[in-house]
Design a protein around this ligand. Structure first.
Ligand SMILES: Cc1cc2nc3c(=O)[nH]c(=O)nc-3n(C[C@H](O)[C@H](O)[C@H](O)COP(=O)(O)OP(=O)(O)OC[C@H]3O[C@@H](n4cnc5c(N)ncnc54)[C@H](O)[C@@H]3O)c2cc1C
Length: 417
């Protein structure tokens, strides 16, 4: 059994197949595992340089497959969960989203009604839209043909509710602007993530650099049947070559054409959407909040990595691709001084901007039909990856689910032999 790709999708498939008794060889082109969810030394020239994540990777409590995978890897205790989301306005005002005593989908009613960032008309429109989500998601068949912004206009979401609630949450969940993203994955994220259960919205943040979650120790955890080959780039899978009995391709969409030229996949429909991570080290603390959604400016989220090290994130950051590192850092500094006026005099000691141009695919309308299933026209070749038909946008949860689905398809194929 040969798996190509050591990101979460390939690793999840390896974990499941190894545990089921398959002999697995996993090939990863790079010298480390984790794919797009990884870390690197701040200064590669320094031997003991601290490792930073390429960008913050956040999970939700409802990411069942990812949490199962973390348990298999023995790292589930390395994730810290938070049951409050903070919305910070320029000037420093903070609103909190947290569950109250009511059962879902009414558990946020108290905190939504008390938000100062919204007026009464905004709150009423917000509650009306939230109530419509589970119903519309089940009943409507046109959701992948319209944008989420069109859906919100149809539901008469107010401009302020759009700007201060819907857009900040959607752009980070889908890595796409609501004006460009399909309503289908957007409603799915809100239905399962925010409204699914009382705890589903809790956000999980790894307490260690991502690379420590999938370190060399992982091979031992996955058992003697899983062999991981790093720096092992696979040029092509030959389904009839007899090199392995089964193959799983767990590479990103832009790589699959070269690996499996015989498959007629609609890759042209996929486009990338970038994410920019701005790592900033100050001479003093900016805030005591561990994480914050930043409103009305370019920065979207801030994560406090230590007392003085902060990571600001901008999803769907196309407009930052043409900016220099210095311009991006200056923008971030100026905006953070507005959000945290008490720390406006903080001096920046070090910075690092990471532009991930190929962060995820863009979840545009009409794409769902182009996302392929795990099975292919070759009975011994299967597909995994966050871009395949997982029913989720490009997330770590989607990647793990795709790996598990590909592994289950292999198990079923082997049983039918
Ligand atoms: C900046 C950024 C922020 C993100 N934030 C979040 C977040 O907060 N929450 C969240 O859930 N998700 C987030 N994501 C998305 C998440 O990282 C991805 O959805 C997920 O990691 C994809 O996993 P994958 O296994 O499908 O693909 P990848 O991680 O891309 O793995 C594919 C692997 O295949 C390898 N490979 C490619 N070609 C070959 C070859 N020919 N031979 C051998 N190996 C090959 C690659 O080196 C790579 O390691 C973020 C992504 C980025 C980039």
């Amino acid at each position: 059994m040969k798996i190509v790709g050591g990101g979460l999708a390939g690793l999840a498939a390896a974990a499941k197949l190894g545990a089921t008794g398959f002999e697995v060889d996993l090939h990863e082109a790079r010298p480390f595992l984790g794919g797009r969810a990884t870390s690197f030394p701040v200064n590669p020239a320094e031997a003991d340089s601290p490792r930073i994540d390429n960008c913050q990777h956040v999970l939700l409590r409802c990411f069942d497959a990812l949490l199962d995978f973390y348990r298999r890897c023995g790292v589930e205790d390395k994730i810290r969960f938070y049951d409050r989301l903070y919305f910070v306005r320029p000037g420093g005002g903070v609103d909190t989203l947290e569950r109250g005593p009511l059962p879902p989908p009414f558990h946020f009613t108290g905190s939504l009604l008390s938000m100062k960032m919204l007026g009464w008309a905004d709150k009423l429109s917000l509650i009306r839209c939230l109530r419509a989500i589970p119903r519309e998601r089940r009943r409507r068949s046109d959701l992948d043909r319209i944008t989420m912004a069109a859906w919100l206009r149809e539901k008469k979401a107010t401009p302020r509710a759009y700007a201060r609630f819907w857009r900040p949450l959607l752009v980070s969940a889908l890595n796409e602007e609501p004006e460009r993203s399909s309503a289908l994955p957007a409603l799915q994220v809100f239905d399962e993530g925010l409204l699914g259960s009382r705890a589903s919205y809790e956000i999980g943040i790894p307490a260690v650099p991502l690379a420590e979650l999938y370190s060399a120790a992982l091979e031992r955890r996955l058992g003697p049947r899983v062999r991981i080959h790093l720096r092992s780039s696979i040029e092509r899978i030959d389904p009839a070559g007899g090199e392995a009995d089964y193959f799983i391709s767990a590479v990103p969409f832009e790589r699959v054409g070269r690996l499996l030229p015989g498959l007629s996949l609609d890759i042209e429909s996929f486009e990338h959407s970038p994410i920019t991570g701005i790592h900033l080290w100050f001479d003093r603390p900016l805030t005591e909040l561990d994480h914050a959604i930043l409103l009305d400016r370019r920065l979207q989220w801030l994560f406090r990595k230590s007392e003085t090290y902060y990571l600001a994130v901008v999803s769907a950051s196309r407009d930052m691709m043409g900016m220099t590192q210095a311009e991006i850092v200056a923008t971030a500094q100026k905006e953070l001084a507005e959000f945290f006026p008490d720390a406006a005099g903080a001096a920046l000691e070090r910075s690092r901007v990471v532009k991930e141009i190929r962060a995820t695919y863009s979840a545009k309308p009409g794409l769902e039909a182009s996302r392929p299933a795990a099975r292919t026209r070759y009975p011994n070749v299967f597909l995994a990856g966050d871009w395949t038909d997982t029913g989720l946008p490009a997330t770590m949860e989607g990647a793990v689910r795709s790996g598990y689905a590909a592994a289950e398809a292999v198990i079923a194929a082997a049983a039918a032999r």
